[in-house]
Design a protein around this ligand. Structure first.
Ligand code: SF4
Length: 381
């Protein structure tokens, strides 16, 4: 089975009141012949997610969520977590077991409408009431009506294929050189996801793609010219010192920020580095919880660069995992990782949360480029 990375899967949130049959529907979808269960695990932070391939659409993750209208002491906490999952979803399956929407359904609808999340409504346990005519009706226990749910999802997800990294930057027959340091931070025996995705997209575009470490870059450039050089941000200074002044140079970080985030917000955010004052709080945010290595980019490289560039003593804090801290208001700036494990909706939710609390946000790559080069405008966007 082909495995698509989590960040390229569209997230489908199965949501509704408690006991409407969400988990039964989740399981029925899992067994459906038109949606193939992958052995790829869902996100590490969400134990009720499962990766699928919807034939005729592509890779998705179904998320089963805790029910709303749970009056137990933990109910409020669970509802908040469920609505957070909904906010970073690309599509919602709202499960009901009554013809009329109840209070929980209204709260769900308010989120999907505000965030313009495509949704379908599925009526379950239809032997207990008369669902509206022409609606999606299932028996999640027997699997009846599941094919129609998959078909409705295919339609709801139309146009939501994974974002492209190189549109407008690379064209057929152009030559692209990737600069990929193979240092202690590089995993043994493989390339990292942003590099793999970029190579694949170059091939899809019928471009000519090559790769070097920074050490071999001068030799590679002596042998031939390239239309575009794409580099890891951490060696941007080295790369710019070797290429011609007219060479188009992009970073993986810029590609991902443009495809996934809100690039304009990140550009504004990186300028905030120039305004940082003694004692300001900066949050360095990683979207997964991998182990920390020596010379870790988050723990060591970025704090050192910020200190050197600003010449200020900053209060640098760190967060890891799917959620940002609830209170972001004390931070002057958030430096967000590339978010290869995040979907576009997940990244946008982070950006919106920061903006709503008046906190600037940028990403690692732009921060590194700014601190090394003084500005980021030498890069090709
Ligand atoms: S910290 Fe961010 S960029 Fe790094 S692997 Fe995790 S999600 Fe991807």
């Amino acid at each position: 089975m082909e495995k698509a990375p989590t960040g390229l899967r569209k997230r489908i949130c199965i949501i509704g009141e408690t006991n409407v049959g969400k988990s039964s529907l989740f399981n029925a979808l899992l067994q459906n012949k038109t949606s193939i269960v992958s052995d790829t695990a869902g996100t590490t932070t969400d134990s009720v997610s499962k990766a699928y391939e919807i034939l005729g659409f592509g890779p998705v993750i179904f998320c089963d969520t805790a029910g709303l209208n749970d009056n137990t002491p933990l109910g409020q906490e669970r509802e908040r977590a469920t609505l957070d999952t909904l906010k970073i979803s690309d599509c919602a399956v709202i499960v009901r077991q009554s013809a009329e929407p109840n209070e929980a359904d209204k709260r769900i609808l308010s989120v999907v409408q505000e965030r313009r999340i495509p949704f379908i409504i599925v009526y379950n346990k239809c032997d207990l009431y008369t669902p509206p005519v022409g609606t999606l009706q299932v028996n999640a226990k027997t699997g009846q009506g599941i094919d129609e749910v998959i078909e409705a999802l295919r339609k709801a997800l139309t146009g939501k294929q994974p974002e492209r990294l190189l549109d407008g930057l690379v064209h057929a027959k152009e030559s692209v050189l990737l600069v990929m340091p193979q240092d202690a931070a590089a995993p043994v025996g493989r390339l990292i996801l942003p590099q793999v995705q970029t190579i694949r997209e170059c091939l899809d575009k019928h471009a000519i793609v090559g790769g070097v470490t920074p050490e071999e870059l001068p030799d590679a450039l002596k042998k031939q010219d390239y239309d575009l050089v794409i580099t890891d941000s951490k060696v941007i200074k080295e790369v710019l010192s070797v290429v011609k002044p007219t060479q188009r140079v992009a970073t993986f970080s810029v590609l991902f920020a443009k495809a996934k985030g809100n690039f304009e917000t990140f550009l504004k955010g990186v300028d905030v580095i120039d305004t940082l004052q003694e004692g300001d709080f900066v949050l360095i945010a990683e979207a997964c919880s991998h182990t920390t290595i020596e010379d870790d980019i988050a723990r060591t490289v970025i704090p050192n660069l910020l200190k050197k560039y600003t010449k200020k003593t900053l209060n640098i804090e760190f967060s890891k995992g799917r959620k940002l801290p609830d209170d972001l208001s004390k931070y002057k700036l958030i430096c967000q990782c590339g978010g290869c494990m995040l979907t576009r909706m997940g990244m946008l939710h982070r950006i919106e949360s920061a903006e709503a609390q008046g906190t600037a946000i940028t990403n690692y790559g732009l921060t590194i480029t700014k601190c090394q080069m003084g500005d980021i405008h030498r890069l090709t966007f």
